[in-house]
Design a protein around this ligand. Structure first.
Ligand code: S3P
Length: 171
């Protein structure tokens, strides 16, 4: 059976980690979340890395993790929202991975992020709704290069099922 990695990209709050965990179970793959891996390696939260060292240090972490995971197979990889927008990261992870981009409307994203209470330093601003729209606009082209999976009004199981169908159909 093909053990090519499955790589999930997309904006914060599109469900990469939730859907990724379900996919990993279905495929019998290991699940990895790049944000969690960085936190485990660095020993600090993402918010602390951003605050104490700046975004560039976090992006260096992402590049190292992308290189490392690209050398492994049989993984479902939920990537941080910007990781795959870096050409180098996309190129190494794309070599041994099938990439899916989860999408959601700004309203859906805002609601999900409020629900999961996660600390996203980039959205720790006075008007997160506007910032989501602004960031989505600047990233539209980058995300647009990958196969799009719409997640609005769908359960994580439905989304995972859709992706599985594509993976299995393409075997
Ligand atoms: C980021 C997304 C976050 C995390 C960091 C930066 C981004 O990951 O990597 O806060 O630039 O989009 P999630 O997409 O898992 O929230």
């Amino acid at each position: 059976m093909e053990k090519r990695n499955v790589v999930l990209t997309g904006f914060m709050g599109t469900g990469k980690s939730t859907v990724g965990r379900l996919l990993a179970v279905q495929l019998g793959f290991a699940f990895v979340d790049t944000d969690d891996l960085i936190v485990a390696r660095d020993g600090r939260s993402i918010a602390d890395i951003f605050r104490e060292d700046g975004e560039a240090v976090f992006r260096d972490w992402e590049a190292r993790i992308a290189q490392e995971l690209a050398g492994q197979s049989g993984l479902v990889i939920a990537t941080g929202g910007r990781l795959m927008l870096d050409e180098g990261n996309a190129s190494v992870l794309g070599e041994n991975g099938r990439v899916f981009c989860l999408t959601a409307a700004p309203k859906t994203i805002l609601a999900r992020l409020q629900d999961d209470g996660g600390k996203r330093p980039l959205l720790d601003v006075s008007e997160p709704a506007r910032e989501i729209e602004r960031l989505l606009e600047t990233r539209r082209k980058g995300y647009g290069r990958f196969l799009q999976i719409v997640t609005d009004h769908k359960t994580p199981d439905q989304i995972a099922g859709e992706i599985l169908q594509i993976i299995r159909g393409g075997d």
